[in-house]
Design a protein around this ligand. Sequence first.
Ligand code: GDP
Ligand code: MG
Length: 688
Amino acid sequence: MAGLAVEKIRNVGIAAHIDAGKTTLTERILFYTGRQHRIGEVDDGTATMDYLREEQERGISITAAATTVDWSGHTVNLVDTPGHVDFTAEVERSLRVMDGCVVVFCGVGGVEAQSETVWRQADRYGVPRVAFVNKMDRVGADFSRVVEAIARRLGMPALGVQLPVGKEKEFAGVVDLVEMKALYFDEAEDGKVVEAREIPNDLREEAELAREAMLETLSEFSDELLEAALEGDVDAKVIRKAIREATISCSLTPVLCGSALRNRGVQPVLDAMVYYLPSPIDRGAVVGRHPSRDRRVRFQPDPSSPLSALAFKVTVEEHGELVYVRVYSGRIREGLPVYNVRVGKKERVGRILRMHADKRANVREALAGEIVGVTGLKLTMTGDTLCSRNNQIVLERMSFPEPVISAAIEPRSQSERRRMDQVLEILEREDPTFHVRRNEETGQTLIYGMGELHLEVVGRRILEEFAVAARIGRPEVAYRQTIKETAEREFVFEKTIGLKVQRGRVRVRVSPSSTISGVKIDNAAGPDIISRTLAEAAEEGIRFAADGGVGFGYPFIEMEVVFEALREEDGSQLGYHGAAVEAMRRAVAEAGLVLLEPRMRFEVHAPEEYVGDVLADLAARHADIGEMVSAGGIKMVRGTVAVSKMFGYATGLRSMTQGKGLYTMEPHGYVEVPAAQRERLGVRVLGG
Ligand code: GDP
Ligand code: MG
């Protein structure tokens, strides 16, 4: 693969609503590209991409696995994206590193909740898309209806570039409107052999009309095609070029169809990745910032440029960590150092691995545009930029939402604590939406995640994969607190601890601020000069308080703190720490404490006959219903709700709809917990 031209690389994600058939499609792709000698099936748990056991049991994708395949002289790096919103971090990081995306829709269900979520995320990152309408073999599948729904609901012109041959059980292949051929997929060979034949007579007229419509749409984007069309002589090359340009500029989405399960229409999806989705060069120069000087840095996506690479995933394995890296410019080489800007240190690249689900091949170097796994990087975390020391750049960090639920975890024996802590640390490095907090006073450890399913999966990994003997409590709401007003307090600390009198004096001003997501702490060091160690002790005290050491005992958000460590005779570190905490305790109490609960934005899809029950249940959960849309016998309900009200919803919805309902949820700000409810919960001001 040495000397592979950057324009022959495609970094592609495959995204879909749960159950649309993403895993089934991916398995076919691995098979047809020769990466795998038999087809894995989701339903019997042999799917290669889903190598976590949880995955196989649930049949959904949890971990984004990057896999390299070859297709007609191109290298395609496939990034598997998860189908559940509990795994936001995975979606976010995979979108960040892909250049194009195949979005899979169900031919019956059409545009479902999560396809829309994924679509909006792809919009945000400007990721060009190809759509694949799957399950054309199912009763009720309707290609043109889904094409329309994509245009109408997702707001992007959708261009059908195929037509299905045969309906439902009779679905046999696809008409390629670019070549004007019918493609069939040999059943005896698991669809491996693609046969191009004449378009069947009963489809000819429809195909001619569809092609006319396609050319008309495309001539809006390409003068070359417009001229050729006027002369009545358009060849496939010109059409593909026009589709490619319009797709890459996100002006439209070409739509294909097929049935992954029946092995029909998969190879044209691979062709579409190559023909229509961008190479790293098409995405243009990589733009970042210089870490210290306030200026933009641009590198061309070329192996001869200075290095820029983004670590987008870390997995910690038996042999050490494996860091998944997207190289944007320059190259990384086995055994040579790279510079990690966040840490300000060089690290040596161990082995470079081209990934295939759970198998790997060593390569000596990775060039601009490639996605590889790298060993030996001990300091690098998800979101870090790697570059060279002489040409520094920081790529925009990925943003991950704050976790919304927590659970207590406790080792079954004291001797198990060390191992438990190690495992939690590993998981925290791997997953940027999984957090661990220890309460120094009670000794309790809490784990935090994005939803019940997320914590359940992480919990099972802790107990089963890592075999830690621990008890995990029930999931609880990850509360936050904030303040209503600005308040200022000064506190003089004086206390005999041990044999010494500890002294310190700190003044703080706390203010609410809706533009700050967490807590912003500023040292307003005035003319009153005190030593740096004492000022630092004061700042630590402020941080401890802001983290939940005062008030209701939960981390503060949307708050600004300005503090000043003032001169005090015989001041000590303990004294300044204590003064800061006490000044904070008083200031936040004065400013008016507010307990907050995460609010979720949800979307529920259920067949019409169950919608009455679903709505009654949502009302009982005090949900705010936003909009309701019907399509094809399915009703979609959108709204917001406090996270605590949605515990157990997966099970509830399943039994209410006989397993036919689906829902997604994502964090959407916070709501105030009313005082009466707060008291019922037993939440009180610490030390109050
Ligand atoms: P994912 O959640 O998007 O990864 O979807 P899966 O690939 O796990 O597929 C979900 C279910 O749909 C499985 O039971 C598949 O066998 C089934 N499925 C996938 N593709 C097709 C298809 O083309 N036709 C039919 N009838 N079923 C399919
Ligand atoms: Mg899947």
